[in-house]
Design a protein around this ligand. Sequence first.
Ligand SMILES: O=C(O)CCC(=O)C(=O)O
Length: 191
Amino acid sequence: MPPIAMPPGLKLAQDVMTPAEETELIALIEGSGLAYTPYDKGNTRSSTSYGWKYDYANDSFVPCKPIPEGFRTIAERAAAAAGLSCDDFAECLLNRYEPGAVIQPHLDKPVWEHVVGISLGVPTTMVFREPASGEERPVELSPRSLYVLADDARYVWQHSLPPMQGTRYSITFRTFSAEGLRRLEACPAEI
Ligand SMILES: O=C(O)CCC(=O)C(=O)O
């Protein structure tokens, strides 16, 4: 059977770190103060944000602590994969998915433009869905791989993760969009 095509604009890169670097990053994530969100009851996904933190109550982002130095090397690799500088990243989100944890179908918020994700721990499948047609394209995410969401894969196709088969971690870097920068200028304390 031919492989399922990827959604347009999705870029994948394998083995962007060594297994030893993966172990170090997982330790940093575990020590980062991961917290479950009360708005996602029963889902064992916990997160830590740097740069900007999502405020579920107000559907906005508020500034928070800067991205720690320990993530610089992986940020540089993520930036290179997307044709950016790591100083362009305004936000870094760490996620830990315990077995059974999911992420529901969504598009990333319009305050962000470039989105680069890195997978650690168990492999998973990211399911992309084109809402108008309902077409789905499952994409395997191996540990130590990286994905860049751009074009339709970023702005049209929603993505989701089915229940994890073990513990998976992710690091997501995002840059401001023009809308994000506009909101930042209007109100630096909340976008
Ligand atoms: O864990 C991932 O790779 C996806 C994370 C994600 O979709 C999000 O935080 O919006």
